[in-house]
Write a protein that binds this ligand. Structure first.
Ligand code: CAO
Length: 456
């Protein structure tokens, strides 16, 4: 008998809601067949099976909240053999066991791989301590059946038994602790510091959620008819994430306008050529390219602030998130390595990701690893707004509606197409002067794309 448990679903995802159970007792399940549709805080994802056989018992129902590692169904492996004899001979290659890694170090599979969402590197899902990471060439989140799991603690974190004992006693996962001893050895003090940081983080989260709940709502039905609707997972997590960012990041928003008259002329004249590549050239795609270049000139815009360790993390990759408006809520898929793509490639990627987001097909890996976010509301309207930094990123560019305005040039007013931009940034790491320098750089690149060729 083999078990299927909920695999790791991605960074910071502990639980999900079952939208659909795609199997029932008696069904024959093949490896990689989708067996569950889950809604996480970030997206709806189909989860493939890593076991094959005849389903004996299904332990969950649609609408259930499930956690990573939770048992979902059991299969009789011989059942699969009856149904698909060719699979009987197939044995799993011995898994390669690597150093245990925290969820946030999981890397995305190459984007061209034809894999089901979510595209994440496989990790053993059983909630055992020190569960090792297993790399297999197969796609999707994989679970090693409990009985097939390799013995744990191969290549385990280097720590003396006394250190492990302390960690166990105070409820710290020793594999998550950063060792400062010789060769990265984990010391007693490292465990204590880790525990202190966890405690601080917990207090911070509790403080924020307490703040969210401190004001009870009045009874609105006294004033008229009301309807109360449960928040979706995406809405809940958006609310929590934005409250956290608003609470922890000291925001400054800087406004300016770019004269995109020439750019718009070029965009229109290039439309037919862009069509041949199967894309529509939009301001958003051009901005992705410009921002990835601007971040090279202003590296402090490609950082994250770690106040607990008093460090600044400088990223050497350039991944740009695009806020996409969907009927399920705000989703921010990430264009990876935008600096290495041309604008046509970026346009294709925006279209593909926006469509996936709107069809609830976006994978967890599509949403991870962002360095900077662009939110373009200009297709809808608005003259300016104050976007909230998508923490732990440190800056976000808001784009409002471009419109013709009279601009005073060489002694007379001329009609120019002006694009309003709102740059919000984290004032802990970015000073006001840097903020406006960055925004001016972006505006100059919009007004004179040669800047990209020369400086970008
Ligand atoms: N000013 C004027 N017109 C604009 C514009 C702007 N800033 N941005 C886009 N447009 C125009 C485009 O040029 C296009 O017009 P044409 O059809 O005449 O060429 C039209 O609006 C539609 O553009 P688009 O939306 O298809 O393409 P895009 O690449 O500019 O935007 C995306 C893609 C995904 C950013 C957008 O569709 C979207 O979802 N925007 C909303 C983002 C959002 O919700 N942000 C809020 C986050 S905070 O709550």
């Amino acid at each position: 008998m083999k078990q299927f448990v909920i695999p790791e679903l991605g960074e910071n995802i502990q639980s999900a809601t079952i939208v659909k159970v795609l199997i029932k007792p008696g069904d024959v399940v093949q490896q990689d067949q989708s067996v569950l549709e889950l809604e996480t805080d970030k997206a709806t994802i189909e989860v493939p099976s890593d076991v094959s056989g005849k389903v004996v018992e299904v332990k969950v129902n649609e609408g259930d909240q499930v956690e990573i590692g939770q048992l979902i169904f059991t299969v009789d492996a011989d059942g699969a053999a009856d149904a698909a004899p060719e699979e009987k001979q197939e044995t799993q290659p011995a898994p390669v066991v690597e150093t245990p890694a925290p969820a946030e170090t999981l890397a995305a599979a190459p984007s061209e791989a034809p894999v089901p969402a979510p595209v994440i590197e496989e990790q053993i899902a059983a909630p055992a301590p020190a569960a090792p990471v297993v790399n297999t060439p197969a796609a999707g989140p994989k679970v090693i059946p409990v009985e097939d799991q390799p013995p744990i603690l191969q290549n385990a974190a280097p720590a003396a038994p006394s250190v492990r004992r302390l960690a166990r006693e105070i409820g710290v996962d020793v594999n998550q602790v950063k060792g400062t001893g010789p060769g990265g050895r984990i010391l007693l003090d490292d465990v204590k510091l880790h525990s202190k940081l966890l405690h601080q983080q917990r207090n911070e989260v509790q403080h924020i959620s307490a703040e969210q709940h401190q004001q009870p709502l009045p009874d609105f039905s006294r004033y008229g008819e009301v309807e109360t609707v449960a928040m979706s997972n995406i809405r809940q997590k958006t609310a929590e994430h934005l409250s956290y960012a608003w609470h922890t990041v000291p925001h400054v928003t800087q406004f300016d306008k770019a004269d995109i008259t020439q750019l718009e002329e070029f965009r229109k004249s290039y439309a037919k050529t862009a069509e041949k590549f199967g894309v529509k050239l939009t301001v958003t795609a051009i901005l992705v390219k410009i921002i990835s270049s601007a971040m090279k000139t202003f590296p402090q815009f490609n950082t994250s602030v770690d106040m607990q360790n008093k460090t600044i993390v400088y990223k050497k990759y350039f991944n740009i998130g695009i806020a996409v408006d969907t009927e399920f809520g705000l989703i921010v898929p990430v264009i990876k390595n935008a600096d290495r793509m041309n604008i046509i490639e970026i346009s294709k990627e925006i279209n593909a990701l926006a469509e996936k987001a709107r069809n609830k097909k976006v994978g967890v890996a599509d949403l991870q690893g962002g360095c900077f976010t662009i939110t373009n509301l200009g297709g809808i309207g608005g003259t300016s707004f104050t976007p909230i930094v998508n923490s732990p990123e440190v800056a976000i560019l808001g784009v409002s509606k471009g419109s013709i305005e009279p601009v005073y040039i060489n002694g007379k007013f001329e009609p120019r197409l002006m694009l309003p931009l709102s740059l919000s940034y984290d004032h802990r790491i970015i000073d006001g002067a840097d903020g406006i320098r960055f925004l001016r750089w972006v505006i100059e690149a919009l007004e004179n794309p040669m800047k990209l060729i020369i400086e970008g």
